[in-house]
Design a binder for this molecule. Structure first.
Ligand SMILES: [Zn+2]
Length: 85
């Protein structure tokens, strides 16, 4: 895969794991609920401006999850301490 240069600032993309809020991806398309967040999504992030790219397969999978996620009967909050961040 050829090295991508950021179209916004010309920076280099680093492979990283990012958290994606699926509500942002699907807003207006589904009835979403709190906590629909996928952590550790593989992405390429510009080391200068933070622009984030996802592979087509990753984008497809995220949208698939967002569409298939049934509405829960109730939700709870759980504290998460992510040492990998
Ligand atoms: Zn950039």
């Amino acid at each position: 895969m050829p090295e991508n240069r950021c179209a916004l600032c010309g920076g280099r993309y680093d492979k990283r794991r990012v958290s994606v809020d699926l509500r942002n991806q699907r807003e207006g398309l589904i009835a979403f609920q709190h906590g629909l967040v996928s952590p550790h999504v593989p992405a390429e992030v510009c080391n200068q401006c933070g622009d984030t790219l996802f592979a087509p397969a990753t984008t497809h999978r995220l949208l698939q999850i967002a569409q298939e996620m049934p509405a829960p009967d109730t939700t709870i909050q759980v504290p998460v301490y992510d040492l990998a961040a």
